[in-house]
Ligand binder design. Structure first.
Ligand SMILES: [Fe+2]
Ligand SMILES: [Fe+2]
Length: 277
């Protein structure tokens, strides 16, 4: 059995005093152990885990979807709650300097809030993954998604910095998770900065799954051009997705559209929501 509980997300729908924040985190329970996928931005993760009855010391591994602060910001507080060291899987580019170049010309740091060494001093054991990799039985990460020549993310604010050189972030670190469950393959997305369509295509070719039972997480579609939204709808149908639970950076406009199209197959993925497969 696979049980996924939403720990951090932008909205709260359950009548409990959990904390919502712009960020994402999922607690995944499987026979082989518990995994935390992303850590939110750090305001709610420890509070929400405790309130939702999850033992932080039971977490066997953390997997980070990319370096943005709203997915990595809670890592230090998780480490500080633990007695033992904690394996943390990520793509190596997640630690590169990330910033948002705002329309008024200002730059804002949006990467990991601390240096790698501080996490290591507090018990993190970073394990790098690149491409399609098996993490545990029935659990795979995919990152460094291939794109056609000239591709670049549509969110033009998101940059990567190397000393003084600033350029659009190619999101090689953008990592998604594939869980093989008794209902079928389930895909967890962080922000899907490298494109939900390309992620599902590459996952399908690498895993040999021609269908995905569920797609859950952030899709970053709010700022996507209309033709990409339509491409996404075709992709979700092509892969016969039976449960679509988009959240976080998807945006209400696109989430409502998907809810109208997918009907009963659509669910929000707000804090406290549980998905069982
Ligand atoms: Fe995000
Ligand atoms: Fe992001």
């Amino acid at each position: 059995m696979t049980k996924i509980t939403v720990i951090c997300e932008n909205s709260v729908q359950i009548p409990f005093p959990v904390i919502g924040e712009h960020g994402l985190s999922f607690f995944i329970e499987r026979e082989e152990g518990n995994t935390l996928f992303d850590t939110g931005q750090g305001l709610g993760v420890v509070h929400n885990l405790k309130l939702l009855g999850k033992d932080i010391n039971s977490i066997k591994r953390v997997i980070l979807s990319h370096g943005h602060y709203d997915h990595t910001g809670g890592l230090l507080s998780i480490l500080k709650e633990r007695k033992e060291t904690l394996p943390v899987y990520l793509h190596p580019d997640a630690f590169l300097t990330k910033c948002a170049k705002l329309p008024n010309g200002m730059e804002r740091a949006i990467g990991f809030p601390h240096d790698k060494s501080l996490y290591e001093e507090n018990g993190a054991e970073f394990i790098e993954t690149d491409g399609f990799e098996k993490i545990a039985d029935g659990m795979f990460t995919i990152s460094n998604i291939h794109h056609s020549e000239g591709w670049r993310p549509w969110d033009k604010l998101l940059m990567r910095k190397n000393n003084d050189d600033i350029a659009p972030d190619p999101f090689s670190d953008d990592l998604s998770l594939l869980l093989e469950t008794s209902s079928g393959p389930v895909v967890l997305l962080g922000c899907a900065h490298s494109g939900i369509v390309e992620i599902l295509d590459e996952l399908s070719s690498k895993s040999n799954h021609s269908e995905f039972f569920a797609v859950i997480g952030g899709t970053h579609l709010d700022s996507a051009p209309e033709d990409y939204v339509e491409k996404t709808l075709r992709s979700l149908k092509k892969y016969n997705v039976q449960k679509i639970a988009v959240s976080h950076c998807t945006g209400l406009r696109i989430a409502h559209r998907l809810a109208n199209i997918f009907g009963e197959k659509f669910s929000d993925a707000s804090v406290g929501r549980i998905f069982e497969f």
